[in-house]
Unconditional design. Structure first.
Length: 507
């Protein structure tokens, strides 16, 4: 008898959604804006190629390691409380990122930003699960949530490009402050608090095991891909695998686990999580290096590069808003599989990339990537949230976000290492000093910087050779990404068989 009031539509739920969308927008802006700032950051801080990869992916590493713990913590202490505390921390650490003075300080600041970011994403999705009781309304809310993440991917490069044209690279982090202020002030009034009514204790050993396992395994993959199998890589892989096995076994014995492993018995849940992880893995290497291609190979300004990437976000926003309706009209597996296949085909087109590839080809490819991602990510998020009781929404959301962040970290590590490995083998023109050649082979940004100190003819030859090698690496990475996406599309067709989204209460 007490359940009925909980099913009535919550007043102000769409305004509450607007606040949650603001948080997602912020995290998405922060993730994409760094790609544009990379050439400027490289020139100022002069990181090595490995340090540059760490600056790019340590944020995702830390988020991936902490998401399950933070999702479970939100279920226990309250998702609103965790979201608002995380927002304040995110704003404060953004200042530290903006004023970093060395590669080491930048890596540490990005890691701290990851700690704060881990509180935001699972809280937003879990609150949507608890605010919107009608399944059709919830599908639309998740579509808007996903659309804002995609819009952030568009707003980030455009706003970042404008800022980089007028201010120093640290300004791209300071844009977080006014957004966070609005989020905290408005969210404190509009967002309802929600938590698991009987969560049990927060198991600290499980927290340590999940974080150790995820970070150690990702570190081992990243370092192994970059430098080959060395003893420290093998040790990290072994430690990570043992920690994750221990974590899983412990969750199965606890009366109040940090993560309910039995969720994975649900085929739709497991299929959606796997699809998310592999999709982001296949995409992330391309996304990370595309901004560098547009600026350092094709010579676009940061603002032009940001505008050039807009079609992906436009496609994702449009598809995200239509995804729930499409999945109900056709089927979950056809929409997800079709979206993944579209991304795979688009990445396959990029295998033909060259330094003078025309923008219509790039723009059309990015539009297809955006549409595919909008359909697949929105529907898989809906499947994951619909598969669990709303009391466990935080933990389920955290699994979804962990798959996303882990895929991003692995993608940058593996595909990024392909690009970097191919790039470092470029032929250095005769007569270039050894120290200059070493700087140029660290990164494409380093090559641009190094060439400025050479005679014009030699500088042109060095830069052309470096750009050709970078593009070759990007083409190979795109091919690997295409294979991953097409294989994921096939897997999703079987894993999501018979999966349906819930119908609305009214129809």
């Amino acid at each position: 008898m007490l359940a009925a009031p909980a099913e009535t539509p919550r007043p102000g739920r769409w305004l509450a959604l607007a606040v949650l969308a603001l948080a997602v927008l912020l995290v998405a802006v922060d993730a994409t804006v760094l790609g544009l700032a990379t050439p400027f950051l490289s020139e100022d801080l002069q990181p090595s190629g490995t340090q540059l990869l760490w600056i790019g992916d340590v944020y995702s590493f830390v988020i991936a390691g902490l998401l399950v713990s933070m999702g479970s913590l939100g279920d226990r202490i309250g998702r609103k409380k965790l979201l608002l505390c995380g927002a304040v921390a995110f704003g404060g650490v953004s200042v530290l990122n903006a004023y970093a003075t060395s590669p080491e300080m930048m890596i540490a600041a990005r890691a701290l930003l990851g700690v704060a970011g881990a509180t935001l994403m699972p809280s937003t999705l879990a609150l949507i699960r608890n605010i919107f009781h009608d399944p059709k309304e919830r599908s639309l809310a998740i579509g808007i949530w996903g659309a804002m993440a995609s819009a952030g991917a568009a707003v980030g490069p455009v706003v970042g490009g404008f800022l980089l044209g007028h201010f120093w690279w640290g300004s791209v982090f300071l844009i977080n402050l006014p957004v966070m202020a609005v989020l905290v002030l408005v969210g404190a009034k509009l967002l309802p608090e929600s938590r698991d009514p009987s969560p049990g204790p927060w198991d600290l050993l499980s927290v340590v095991l999940s974080m150790t396992g995820v970070i150690a395994v990702v570190y081992a993959i990243k370092e192994g891909a970059t430098h080959g199998l060395r003893w420290e890589v093998a040790v990290a892989a072994a430690v990570g695998a043992l920690a994750l096995v221990w974590f899983v076994r412990r969750q199965l014995t606890l009366s109040s686990p940090l993560l309910n492993m039995r969720l994975f018995h649900h085929r739709g849940f497991s299929g959606a999580v796997l699809a998310d992880l592999l999709t982001v893995l296949g995409l992330s290497g391309m996304v990370f290096f595309l901004s560098q291609f547009l600026q350092l190979v094709q010579g676009r300004s940061p603002l032009e590069a940001g505008l050039a990437e807009l079609p992906a976000a436009i496609g994702a926003v449009t598809a995200g808003l239509l995804a729930g309706r499409a999945a109900r009209r056709f089927s979950v597996r056809s929409v997800v599989t079709g979206g993944l296949a579209a991304i795979g085909v688009a990445l396959a087109v990029l295998v033909g990339l060259s330094s003078d590839t025309s923008y219509p080809v790039l723009g059309a490819t990015l539009l297809v990537v955006g549409v595919g991602a909008g359909f697949s990510f929105t529907v898989t998020a809906d499947v994951i949230l619909s598969s669990v009781p709303k009391e466990q929404a935080g933990a389920a959301s955290a699994v979804s976000e962990t798959a996303y962040e882990l895929g991003a970290a692995l993608g940058i590590a593996l595909l990024g290492s392909i690009v970097t490995g191919v790039y470092r083998d470029f032929a250095v023109p005769a007569g270039v000093p050894e120290a200059t050649a070493a700087q140029a082979q660290e990164s494409l940004g380093g090559a641009v910087e190094a060439s400025s100190a050479l005679p014009s003819g030699q500088a042109t030859s060095l830069l052309a050779s470096a750009q050709d090698s970078f593009v070759e690496g990007l083409r190979i990475a795109s091919g690997v990404g295409a294979v991953v996406l097409l294989a994921t599309a096939v897997a999703a067709w079987f894993l999501l068989r018979g999966q349906k989204l819930e119908e609305g209460y009214g129809g």
